[in-house]
Ligand binder design. Structure first.
Ligand SMILES: [Zn+2]
Ligand SMILES: [Zn+2]
Length: 373
């Protein structure tokens, strides 16, 4: 058992995280039992959860941390104001931590390093300050942005007023207009769209650092722990395709396939169509497929090595078949690599064929016998 390092507890953050969670878990059910849940309270909660989460994913993450697109001032203002309501610190601090996470992923300097355990990556890194705070020397570009610096200065005030004071005021006047008890509306606004929404949004963001480095597939790379999971994408407004994201962090899309659930990507695309966003960065399709083929080939080679090491129990026919798969994947990979290096324009149809063949070869590999028991 590890002892809890009480001398290193970050008391302000810990009290906030534990206090809000307790108020939400105890207060919300008590409120609903006593006063019921009015549709206005529910709508306010839905709006606030969406605005807060999107401000973190579209704003803090894809716009400010990765500069994956350029945005006009209304987008910046909205995401900075509602980002503050997530109580995840200022955009400048967040981006600095996040850029270090990408640079040192799974290593000691990664602030939410998953190799220190699930709890640490989820919330432990916030509750305890084990190491001295590193200098924020990786966000000089953001320091030049007046709006970012304004939010940096007033982040707690913005979060408090917009995130925790406005919902009770709205709840108060809603009940007043409906001939209901006004203070009950105010209490509901504070508990549901205020506190419970902060808790939900925070844990959904924390999941990106914990579950998205634990649960799911790694179709693009195994050089880092990040994973792709549709369920996580659903809980995190599209950030669950984290294996892709760590491989191609400057792409404005995390769910890069057209069918993947990524509301943040759809929002950025829509903003670009109405003139509020531009310079959307995309990794060329050939390069993405190349990463997938590289990973498929690596997996096939690993399978072959394991079979070879298993000794005489493995039949020649199996070895030959797996060997053939490895060769085929290698040949395809090199051919595509040549095309990508020579900047040959590959049509969507050609890429789809490559993709289908890689998938078919991987399926074939899946059917091959693995190491005998
Ligand atoms: Zn990550
Ligand atoms: Zn990122």
């Amino acid at each position: 058992m590890h002892r809890i390092p009480f001398d290193r507890v970050n008391w302000t953050t810990s009290s906030f995280l534990i206090g809000t969670a307790l108020i939400a878990v105890v207060g919300v059910p008590l409120y609903i039992i006593n006063f019921g849940l009015d549709w206005f309270q529910f709508a306010m909660f839905a709006f606030y959860v969406t605005a807060t989460m999107m401000s973190i994913t579209v704003g803090y993450h894809r716009l400010f941390s990765h500069i994956s697109f350029k945005a006009k001032w209304p987008v910046k203002l909205f995401t900075l104001v509602f980002g503050a309501c997530a109580f995840e610190n200022s955009c400048l601090d967040w981006a600095s931590d996040h850029r270090r996470h990408h640079k040192h992923v799974d290593h000691d300097e990664d602030p939410y390093d998953i190799s220190k355990g699930f709890f640490w990556a989820h919330i432990g890194w916030l509750l305890f300050k084990l190491n001295p705070e590193p200098p924020m020397d990786n966000v000089n570009d953001l320091r030049k942005d007046k709006m970012v610096m304004w939010q940096y200065k007033y982040v707690h005030w913005i979060g408090l007023i917009v995130g925790l004071i406005i919902p009770p005021i709205l709840g108060y006047f809603w009940n007043l207009s409906q001939g209901l008890v006004p203070w009950q509306g105010a209490l509901g606004g504070f508990l549901i769209a205020g506190v419970a929404r902060v808790v939900v949004a925070q844990h959904c963001t924390f999941f990106i650092n914990s579950l998205c480095h634990t649960v799911g597939r790694q179709p693009y790379s195994t050089k880092h722990s990040a994973r792709d999971s549709a369920i996580m994408a659903f809980l995190t407004f599209g950030e669950g395709y984290h294996n892709y994201h760590h491989e191609f962090q400057h792409d404005y899309r995390n769910g890069v396939k057209p069918w993947q659930w990524d509301p943040s990507k759809w929002t950025i695309w829509t903003l670009s169509k109405i003139g509020l966003a531009e310079n959307l960065r995309r990794v060329p399709d050939g390069k993405i497929l190349l990463a997938e083929m590289h990973e498929a080939r690596r997996r096939a080679q690993l399978h072959l090595d394991e079979l070879r090491n298993a000794g005489p129990g493995v039949g020649h026919r199996t070895l030959d078949a797996v060997h053939e798969l490895v060769e085929k994947l290698s040949a395809n990979y090199h051919e595509l690599e040549q095309a990508v290096t020579n900047r040959v324009q590959l049509s969507r149809e050609v890429l789809n064929e490559w993709q289908a063949e890689t998938r078919a070869l991987l399926r074939q590999l899946g059917r091959m016998p693995s190491i005998p028991a």
